[in-house]
Ligand binder design. Structure first.
Ligand SMILES: Nc1ncnc2c1ncn2[C@@H]1O[C@H](COP(=O)(O)OP(=O)(O)O)[C@@H](O)[C@H]1O
Ligand SMILES: CC(=O)OP(=O)(O)O
Ligand SMILES: [Mg+2]
Length: 439
């Protein structure tokens, strides 16, 4: 994926991939991949058939650990109907077991001989995982070791893997890391300007996240422009609940806004993004807060929710559009969100020197036309503009929203982390049978 010499860990994973390949290669009917994207309080999943990349089932478990848990399962096979469960689901283990039951009820159970591999999104892979990796005990231990730098994500990813292993111990499980795409960043972008010895001792550097999405979207953007990824420079704005920007030169990431953890960078749903690190000492010394309290404040009670009480952009836009008393705080939150986004567009423009496209993706990027319009407003001198009519169109696929005269393309490019994880996982365990390889 990165085209670099494989790391030591990648070498060992390749050999376990080969072993796993032999365990499935005698069953040529095994063409399905289950993808699990376990978040801090949710699990998104998809079952795909890799002969053509089609989906057999998709679903979501949300509000895990709360009284109001909800599982929505949609079989996409003939005659299948969307189902919903609303009983409390205590943890990720219970969530995955419920998912397995729903799949089994459609004849798509985890015991199926057609299942070739289970692919897991793993958020933090540290420095060494530059490629999708077949999971063994050493890989599990490394994901566990990285929990302190991805406390919201890696524990959920680990539970997802362990439960899936217990349900299908014979099946290869592949980890696809959010950090992998960013391992090409030069040290000038990945190092913090702190004492080198201290940084190295504690492995403090900028890792970056959402890499599967940044990789997929930058490639799809090149396709939209009718070019090869190696020919274009793209700024990708992944704006979901978590949000990050990346600068991609010729298909390789050269900078990204998240850092040691997914807290740095843009204003997010519940995370602050960039701030003066001295805010933390101030809250400790003057505010009397503990490290854990500040961690929770910055990760869970900041960003949009901290600024205006809502983390959902739909709700924020509704408040602004309806006006009245409730609007001013929502407008301020929106303005702070846009100001930060615009700063990163400018910064990555400067990092890349020449920009072919700016691509908006994920829940906010794909759906919130006012965010796209405001982020690009006033950047005409940089060759950036949004066409009001094109921007207002609702459509599923990748599309341009810039006027014809604009020097830089502005695009909406839906992300598909699950398809990308499925492709990478399947390519690893069944390389000879991969239809389109890693395309
Ligand atoms: N129609 C919409 N208009 C504006 N924002 C939307 C819309 N649909 C979804 N969103 C935003 O997308 C967010 C979820 O994005 P998503 O990429 O699914 O996030 P995550 O994967 O981090 O959970 C929601 O919190 C909401 O802010
Ligand atoms: C890394 C990260 O922030 O992921 P998510 O957007 O799924 O929370
Ligand atoms: Mg996401």
């Amino acid at each position: 994926m990165t085209g670099r010499a494989p790391s030591r860990r990648t070498d060992s994973t390749l050999s376990s991939a080969q072993e796993s390949t032999s365990s499935v290669s005698d069953n040529r009917a095994a063409t399905r991949v289950l993808v699990l994207n376990s978040g801090s309080s949710s699990v998104k999943y998809q079952l795909l058939d890799m002969t053509d990349g089609s989906r057999l089932a998709v679903g979501l478990v949300e509000r895990i650990g709360e009284e109001t848990s909800r599982l929505v399962h949609t079989p996409l096979t003939d005659g299948g109907e969307k189902r919903e469960r609303t009983a409390p689901i205590a943890d990720h283990d219970a969530a995955l077991k419920a998912v397995a039951e729903e799949l089994a009820a459609d004849g798509l159970g985890l015991d199926s001989p057609e299942l070739a591999v289970i692919g897991h999104r793993v958020v933090h892979g540290g420095k060494h995982f530059t490629e999708p990796t077949v999971i063994d005990d050493a890989v599990l231990a490394e994901i566990e070791r990285l929990i302190p730098v991805a406390p919201l994500h890696n524990p959920a990813n680990l539970t997802g893997i362990r439960t899936a292993q217990a349900l299908r111990p014979d099946l290869p499980q592949v980890a696809v890391f959010d950090t992998a795409f960013h391992t090409t960043m030069p040290e000038s972008a990945s190092r913090y300007a702190i004492d080198v010895k201290t940084a190295d001792e504690h492995r403090i550097r900028r890792y970056g996240f959402h890499g599967t999405s940044h990789a997929y979207v930058s490639r799809e953007t090149a396709k939209l422009l009718g070019k090869a990824p190696s020919e274009v420079n793209v700024i990708v704005l992944h704006l979901g609940n978590g949000a990050s920007a990346s600068a991609v030169r010729g298909g390789r990431c050269v900078d990204t806004s998240m850092g040691l953890t997914p807290l740095e960078g843009l204003v997010m749903g519940t995370r602050s993004g960039d701030l003066d690190p001295a805010v933390i000492f101030h809250l400790m010394r003057v505010g009397g807060m503990s490290a854990d309290e500040i961690d929770a404040l910055l990760n869970k009670k900041s960003g949009l929710i901290g600024l205006c009480g809502d983390n959902d952009m739909r709700e924020i836009r509704r408040r602004i559009d309806e006006g009245g008393e409730d609007a001013a705080q929502a407008q301020l939150a929106f303005d702070i969100y846009i100001h930060r986004l615009k700063k990163y567009i400018g910064a990555y423009y400067a990092v890349l020197g020449k920009v072919d496209a700016v691509a908006f993706t994920a829940g906010v990027g794909e759906n919130a036309a006012p965010v796209r319009e405001a982020a690009v407003a006033g950047l005409e001198e940089l060759g950036l503009a949004v066409d009001g009519e094109l921007n207002a169109v609702r459509a599923d696929g990748p599309r341009l929203i810039s006027p014809e005269y604009a020097r830089v393309a502005v695009a909406v490019v839906p992300t598909d982390e699950e398809l990308e994880i499925a492709r990478q996982s399947y390519a690893l365990v069944a390389p000879a049978r991969t239809e389109n390889g890693n395309a």
